[in-house]
Design a protein around this ligand. Structure first.
Ligand code: SF4
Length: 707
């Protein structure tokens, strides 16, 4: 029974980018009762299995409660002042000896916007390097790059209401039923109540593809061919919005010519994608004839060595039909993480500066003046995979990881783990005492507040900023991430820029930077919030940006043009001819696809605490088509050895025709903390998209054999 005197707090779910509102009521013994917030416009009171189980995951089991420093091989408890002095001293020494580019931060979409802001400001403005990247690089970077190429800014044109109002919903590389469940429920309700049709494009027949109108089981890596074929079909069948194209776009002819060379007909598209001509023709006709179409894309598109081109091939079709930021008609990138969007807003990627500004000289100068930055970075830093390669080569000597587990999640994860052992200074801010990254030889372990304890803001997939609020006391000596970084900044001599007393103060500065010398030419502007009082910040209701000072908040972009390119026009992009970077061979005859399961999150440090969530799919597995299972001699429920050129796993076999012939599917969540044999990151090749730097996680050549 819950003590009625304990207050219910409105907060936001820390898992996926849907950003559902949560009501949390502490139970008085360290846990909390959890319910959906009926007033939050993302979920209107609904929660999925992961969100509903949040109360089971907030205990102190396995928590890191005190700072620790490695001393003669073992981590020993130290005072905060000693830990902070040590980090600042070692960092200062390395920067003085090897330059600022010898240090790096690796951040997380789990961080709050205020934490992200301070990390970015400290590194890019004061230490003087842009070696700040984030696990969002593995998640959303291709969408960011695709948006920037087409729109001139990283802008999501639509909003969730469009999913309720569309007549056709096209999901590309997205298992939304498992990965964005509350949004998928909205889409299904639209189907049931309004008759909207749903198309799923995915090499794997996931739960999202159940009971829909058309499933297109494309061959891996062929999305660009499919959408190039669609673009050609729209042009040849009189379905273009010529007025929109003429007034608001550039690059149409070159992009269409390229699309013709990739997939100039239904037949060519079918050949390139492995689909039947009838299915291709049906898809083209449904898209062509449905003005209110939303195309949603997720990691199946982004996690690719040609992910940015895939995004732009999709955006080309929406630009060509003028279905851009209109009610029920828009492209829509589904964010993976709870605050990937907030991280992008502050510039938490190595190729962004801050507030959606990049590294052009005027932007560098503007941010320098705003921050009064003594040593601002003037060029892009190293993106995630490059960053760990530089660590492996000994060029980066100091790394500070915050709230993420790269020893599991990065591609070629064994090499990543070995690289971390070469660091002179390896700092991790964490909630947990142990995970694969901590156990890879961390020198300094700093206890950060967890969900339910920390307080700040996050931004979801529809650009909606919501508050995460604390409802549990800070345990042990755990502190907010922004406080930890601020204390190090002061010890580095940057006190004037980091004397923050609260998350609200940081948020006001972030909002002011977004509006600084912004006359409407930058998309990200929340200047209306730059003077928000502490009380108003505490009471902040979920709101979408832009929130420009003196203007009504906007909810959509680009319906009438107004792109953020120099000429104000949306750009059609001519993509490269689609081709996977690696070839299957006689010894690696299949392709490895990786992804999430319904009831786990990332590397399971939180969801793994819930027995209920663990009951859904309790162990790591490899999914294989029945024909391939008999060909390679593996049977359902047996164990198999799954091998790539990078590593191997021993996994339980699930024989299912959900898997496409020639492919295996393995979930991403397990690590050596919870099984000795399921760390799939060690199997994944390290090929990156040339524009986004996002690694390919869906098509590594692989073999399977009975174990
Ligand atoms: Fe949390 Fe995402 Fe589930 Fe909503 S859909 S409750 S944000 S995991």
């Amino acid at each position: 029974a819950i003590d009625p005197t304990l207050r219910t707090t409105k907060t936001t779910c820390p898992y996926c980018g849907v950003g559902c509102g949560v009501l949390a009521t502490p139970d008085g013994s360290g846990g909390a009762a959890i319910a959906g917030d009926p007033e939050h416009p993302a979920n209107f009171g609904r929660l999925c299995s992961k969100g509903s189980a949040l109360g089971e995951t907030v205990g102190l089991e396995g928590r890191l409660l005190h700072p620790m420093i490695r001393c003669k091989g073992t981590l020993e408890r130290v005072a905060w002042s000693d830990a902070l002095d040590h980090v600042a001293h070692r960092m200062q020494h390395i920067v003085a000896r090897d330059g600022a580019d010898a240090v790096a931060f690796y951040l997380s979409g789990q961080l709050l916007t205020e934490d992200y802001y301070v990390a970015n400001k400290l590194m890019k403005g004061f230490i003087g390097t842009a070696n700040v990247d984030t696990n969002s690089r593995l998640c959303m970077a291709s969408s960011v790059a695709g948006h920037r190429r087409a729109f001139g800014a990283d802008t999501v044109p639509g909003c969730y209401e469009d999913l309720d109002q569309a007549d056709l919903l096209v999901l590309v590389g997205s298992n939304a039923a498992w990965c964005h469940p509350i949004l998928f429920q909205r889409m299904r309700r639209n189907k049931e109540e309004r008759g909207a049709r749903i198309i799923v494009i995915d090499p794997r027949r996931t739960d999202t593809a159940s009971d829909i109108d058309l499933f297109l089981g494309v061959k891996p890596g062929t999305d660009t061919a499919l959408f190039s074929g669609l673009f050609v079909h729209l042009a040849d069948s009189g379905a273009l919005d010529k007025d929109y194209i003429e007034k608001n776009t550039s690059g149409f002819d070159a992009a269409l010519a390229r699309a013709r060379s990739i997939a100039g007909s239904v037949t060519a598209t079918a050949l390139a994608t492995g689909l039947s001509e009838q299915d291709v023709a049906t898809f083209f006709q449904m898209f062509r004839d449905t003005a209110r179409t939303v195309t949603l894309y997720s990691q199946g598109v982004n996690q690719s060595a040609q992910g940015t081109d895939k995004v732009n091939a999709i955006l080309n079709c929406h630009l060509a039909t003028g279905r851009m930021g209109k009610l029920g008609a828009s492209p829509f990138s589904l964010t993976g993480q709870p605050n990937a969007m907030g991280g992008r807003e502050v510039g938490g990627l190595a190729n962004q500066l801050a507030a959606h500004m990049m590294f052009s000289p005027p932007e560098v100068d503007r941010v320098r003046r705003f921050w009064k930055a003594p040593r601002i970075a003037t060029h892009e830093g190293l993106k995630a995979v490059q960053m760990f390669e530089a660590i492996n080569r000994g060029e980066i000597k100091a790394l500070w990881v915050m709230g993420t587990n790269p020893a599991v999640s990065l591609p070629d994860a064994d090499v990543v783990r070995e690289a971390m052992k070469k660091l002179e200074l390896f700092v991790v801010s964490e909630n947990v005492l142990s995970n694969d990254t901590v156990d890879a030889g961390v020198h300094v372990l700093l206890p950060a507040l967890a969900w339910g304890e920390k307080s700040g803001t996050v931004t979801n997939s529809e650009r909606r900023i919501s508050r995460q609020r604390s409802f549990l006391p800070a345990p042990g000596e755990a502190r907010p991430d922004w406080w930890i970084m601020g204390e190090v900044a002061k010890r580095l001599g940057f006190g004037d820029g980091f004397n923050y007393k609260s998350a609200a103060e940081i948020f006001r500065e972030h909002a002011a930077l977004s509006a600084f010398e912004n006359d409407g030419n930058r998309d990200f502007d929340i200047g209306a919030l730059q003077d928000v009082s502490d009380d108003a910040y505490d009471a902040l209701v979920p709101l979408q940006w832009p929130a420009r000072e003196g203007q009504a908040p906007g909810d959509r972009f680009f319906a009438k043009g107004g792109f953020f390119t120099p000429d104000g026009k949306g750009r059609f992009i001519a993509p490269e001819v689609p081709a996977l970077k690696s070839e299957t061979t006689a010894s690696r005859p299949l392709r490895l696809n990786t992804g999430r399961i319904r009831d786990q999150w990332h590397t399971m440090t939180r969801t793994g605490l819930s027995q209920r969530l663990g009951a859904h799919l309790p162990e790591p597995f490899v999914e294989i088509h029945p024909d391939d299972a008999s060909k390679y001699g593996v049977t359902d429920d047996s164990f198999a050895r799954v091998t790539t050129d990078y590593g191997q796993c021993i996994l339980k076999v699930v024989v299912s025709d959900r898997a496409q012939r020639g492919t295996l599917f393995v979930p991403i969540h397990w690590s050596e903390m919870n099984t000795s044999h399921g760390r799939v990151g060690a199997l994944v090749q390290s090929f990156n998209d040339p524009f986004s730097g996002q690694p390919e996680s869906k098509a590594t050549p692989v073999s399977i054999a009975p174990y």
